[in-house]
Design a protein. Structure first.
Length: 386
């Protein structure tokens, strides 16, 4: 009887270990795919903004800053999480673990603040189009971006100041997250800093939501103003084609809905789950996978989706994406399809010059031997050229 119980317990433990190993391997594979896509997508976005001079404006600076922050998330956050999931411990030593947690907190904060800045920038542009060039300039936007990085660096450094006895947090390796950050289950040590962080995210979410509600209201108002004009035949022919089709209204409206939906779907669950677990984690039976999905994977999805949303909703992004993809495809296809070698410029110019001289000689011979007719008022005479 005892032997059968021991055999069954050992079988259950082996099955549990096999199941856990399978989950870890699947997690590593998915993380590798997400990290590659995030790094490539945000790098391509930065290249597009750098090459396109039309995007060297305040909105372009915000999109470049968002791509930079998301690229850092892919390089620092995702790649190190792959190693932690594989080794199930921190890399090198505890100091590198704290540095990693510090950098991750900075990049995530900058990414969330930049998304809120983009929503506010578009709201000002729609509500006050005449005042927008005076209020929002490249210098002011660059100062705001620099101030955001400095503020995020200062706030993220609070858990490094050994103030965990007052509830301001301490960076450490967390087993159930396979990551270095704040232990969300230790409220006396990290509660104050976590509440500050997650409440800031909730405030940014409300700011984004309000801005896009205003944008949708303005778009609807313009739609109701122009729609009656379309029914009048005389006025309809005088309106521009884009205004008659209302493409400039429908497209921003759809883009705004997509942006708000993706941002809320990615950031809101993380903020709400973080606040709930910070206060009452002992009342919820959440697995370790649930913690990792709600705290990290939502941020992964947001960092991965941002370059594609902002890129494919912008005409300059699409054109540059298309040109870069075509050039890359041609470079990859040239070795497999050899092209006939063309003559050099010197031989080509010599051939053209020689052919032109030959044609000129033939034409002169033809003119010399052909009869020429001279017509006068009452007489026509024919003679040959000598």
């Amino acid at each position: 009887m005892i032997d059968s119980i021991n055999i069954s317990s050992s079988t259950d433990s082996s099955l549990f270990e096999y199941h856990q190993d399978f989950i870890d391997v699947a997690t590593i594979v998915i993380l590798i795919i997400l990290a590659i896509a995030c790094i490539l997508g945000n790098s391509l976005s930065m290249i597009v903004i750098y090459r396109n001079k039309n995007m060297h404006d305040p909105s372009g600076l915000l999109m470049a800053n968002l791509a930079t922050a998301d690229l850092c998330i892919g390089l620092i956050f995702m790649t190190t999480t792959i190693v932690y999931t594989w080794k199930k411990t921190y890399m090198v030593n505890e100091i590198t673990c704290k540095i990693r947690a510090y950098l991750v907190t900075i990049t995530v904060m900058v990414s969330q603040f930049t998304a809120a800045y983009i929503a506010l920038d578009r709201c000002i542009y729609v509500c006050k189009p005449l005042h927008y060039p005076l209020w929002i300039t490249k210098t002011k936007m660059a100062c705001l971006i620099a101030l955001t990085w400095i503020l995020a660096s200062f706030i993220s450094a609070i858990p490094l100041m050994q103030l965990h006895q007052f509830g301001f947090g301490r960076y450490q390796y967390i087993d159930y997250l396979y990551s270095c950050w704040l232990n969300i289950k230790n409220f006396p040590q990290n509660g104050g800093f976590l509440i500050l962080l997650f409440n800031a995210f909730v405030g940014l979410l409300f700011m984004v939501l309000i801005c896009y509600i205003i944008i949708l209201y303005k778009a609807k108002k313009v739609h109701t103003t122009i729609q009656p004009l379309r029914t009048q035949p005389n006025v309809k022919h005088q309106l521009p084609i884009r205004m008659v089709k209302l493409s400039w209204i429908n497209k921003p409206t759809k883009t705004s809905v997509i942006l708000v939906g993706v941002y809320l779907a990615c950031a809101a669950p993380t903020a709400i789950f973080g606040i709930a677990m910070t206060f009452n984690y002992q009342y919820y039976n959440v697995s370790n996978i649930g913690y990792r999905i709600m705290l990290y994977w939502c941020l992964y999805a947001n960092a991965l989706a941002n370059p594609f949303i902002f890129g494919f909703s912008h005409r300059d992004f699409r054109q540059t994406y298309r040109s870069l993809c075509c050039k890359f495809t041609l470079r990859c296809a040239v070795p497999f399809f050899p092209v006939k070698q063309q003559p050099s410029n010197e031989s080509l110019s010599f051939t053209i010059m020689q052919s032109s001289i030959t044609d000129h000689r033939k034409a002169s011979r033809r003119i010399r031997h052909c009869p020429t007719t001279v017509t006068t008022v009452g007489q026509t005479s024919t003679f040959r050229n000598f």
